[in-house]
Ligand binder design. Sequence first.
Ligand code: F6P
Ligand code: MN
Length: 330
Amino acid sequence: MRRASLTQFLIERQRAGRINADLRLLIETIARACKAISTRVNKGSLGGGHGSAGSENVQGEIQKNLDVMSNEILLEANEWGGNLAALVSEEMEDVKPTPTHYPRGEYLLLFDPLDGSSNIDVNISVGTIFSVLRCPKGVEPDEKVFLQPGRNQVAAGFAVYGPTTQLVITVGDGAYGFTLDRETFTFVLTQERIKIPEDTAEFAINTSNMRRWEPPVKRYIDECLAGKDGPRGKDFNMRWVASMVADVYRVLSRGGIFMYPRDSKNKDGRLRLMYEANPMAFIVEQAGGAATDGRNRILDIQPHKLHQRIAVVLGSKNEVDRVTSYHANS
Ligand code: F6P
Ligand code: MN
């Protein structure tokens, strides 16, 4: 049987009335940009992408050449398509409305152009994360219109530039995975209706922060580490890629729990709500998993600023529920 391409998949969604033509074209545009970024990442030092760009982003992080390139690829791809009212990027301080000489569309796009950028120069997977919201009609797209809870997202997705380039997408009817076929340069549907197992024996957390964690997180990890002889009665394995895209992709593929909790150094958490936590939470829930900040469902959190940080606990439902209950009882 011939597998569907991303284009066929999206046209089917449009025929079923789940998305309109503008949203279909917007997702196609983002996917095209991801292919271009994948090519750049793949070239490594040969494409001039390695090394520091000599600048800092709005979060005070050193920008790598590939961060800047990826941001430019996404900006250029989305500027003239007519599907967007405005966009927001991790790499830019302010909202960027669609230039007035291009038609304005009904959507708002948020993205992390290159997630996991500490891994760029060392040949470990990195990726792109995106989230799509609707812009209310007749409203000038300023920061305020972006401050919508994640449950309002109409689409979200991420690409992982790893041994293969994978794209995961949701438009609210399940999470689907696509593999980039480098011969035809098309994304091909390879994972239908991804389902995260409810139970797992694998956790992902940066344990170098252990001394700074809050008690419920410390309790959960201590219990996992105690293994068969501890209260959980089974051994756990640990993974930490330090690229959220790669860690979440693994969780979608075989289950697991991924955590970047708040701690005494990262008081609000480390990951960004609007273009990291929200799109990943949407995808994970669509795959039958759960996502909280330790206490509340991420998709219900009302954002108060564009580059807001948040604690993230996501993945296999029973484990996320356990961590959330430890917080509730603390
Ligand atoms: O975007 C932030 C990020 O790079 C994530 O992709 C990743 O999960 C995390 O930071 C890694 O953090 P640390 O450097 O503390 O391991
Ligand atoms: Mn990131």
